[in-house]
Design a protein around this ligand. Structure first.
Ligand SMILES: [Zn+2]
Length: 170
């Protein structure tokens, strides 16, 4: 079965007016994108297509949850992902898809919203995935990380190899 078929809207046959669709986001969806940096996302995108005679507007509302390892303790953390997007659609000679404006050429008969949903999820993803409360972190892991930070990342201690190079300079 063509999984991506669920993310295409055959707009040609639709009557003017508002049409609503519910589209899934789940690991199966992200598996269709080889370069995704998330996959453990579960939820829905509510899609509304407002069809007028000469233009259309597409609205996407994401309501999902991301599960990813916490940056602090590496234990899984669940982060709610919500975001919205609005795309204006016009008709022209050639198809040209930009982020918020799609020009559809004369041969087009359906809207492929999979890529827009993919982008929306990445837009909603926070730059840091972390337990909101430090007390929610897996403490055995944070203690281990604190130790390793003292050994390696503490800027006051000069790496012995650099110290040796410095001596060569003098
Ligand atoms: Zn944590």
């Amino acid at each position: 079965m063509d999984l991506m078929a669920d993310y295409r809207i055959p707009f040609v046959g639709l009557k003017p007016g508002k049409h609503e669709f519910q589209m899934r986001v789940d690991p199966e969806f992200f598996a269709c994108f080889p370069h995704s940096d998330v996959d453990q996302v579960h939820g829905d995108v509510h899609v509304e297509l407002d069809k007028l005679d000469t233009t259309m507007t597409l609205r996407l509302d994401l309501d999902a949850q991301l599960t990813a390892p916490c940056d602090r303790c590496l234990d899984d953390v669940n982060i709610p992902l919500t975001a919205s997007d609005r795309i204006s659609i016009r008709f022209g000679d050639d198809t040209m898809l930009e982020d918020d404006l799609w020009i559809l050429g004369t041969k087009e008969y359906e809207l492929d919203v999979a890529h827009a949903i993919f982008q929306l999820v990445h837009l909603a993803k926070p730059s840091r995935v972390i337990h909101e409360q430090e007390t929610d972190c897996d403490l055995s892991m944070t203690e281990w990380q604190d130790d390793s930070a003292e050994d390696g990342e503490d800027g006051n201690d000069i790496d012995p190899r650099w110290a040796a190079l410095k001596r060569l300079d003098n």
